[in-house]
Design a binder for this molecule. Sequence first.
Ligand SMILES: [Cu+2]
Length: 173
Amino acid sequence: MTLQCLIAAVFFAVAGWAGGVAAQVPLTTAATIAQNTTSIAVAIDGAWARASVAGQKATGAFMRITARQSLRLVGTDSPAAGVTELHEMKMEGDVMKMRAVPALALPAGQTVELKPGGYHVMLMDLKAPLTPGSSVPLTLVFQDAQGFEFRQQVQVPVATRAVPAAHAPAHQH
Ligand SMILES: [Cu+2]
């Protein structure tokens, strides 16, 4: 297949997909979906990944996510890690256990916090130690109520602890 032919095929696939979406959902929703690709629908703040040392295989990334419309976080990916998963830490009896979860619900307008001891993005099979002061790209995959998926990339600062939030809503008086 020539490159030109490949581009044409991709364009056709995208055009066909866009037509399908427009046919299934009201026009206003289709417009919102179109905007999603430019990262408007989801606000992410306070993101940080815990620094790791040489030989350490895994670490966690944390952030606050606020979706304008009801969405689910259904996937994560980072070039810094061989495997990237969404995890949850939970007490089972008196033991803190960590497990992979397939998706995280993001109710419209509510801030969902990924934090140590709770939900987090697990970066496993690290390709190099995460050094404080550097940052790692992280791709989040969201799915809306219609099953439409879109991706948002975040540049996550590496730190040894949570970045103090200058605008944390919990501390306004
Ligand atoms: Cu984990």
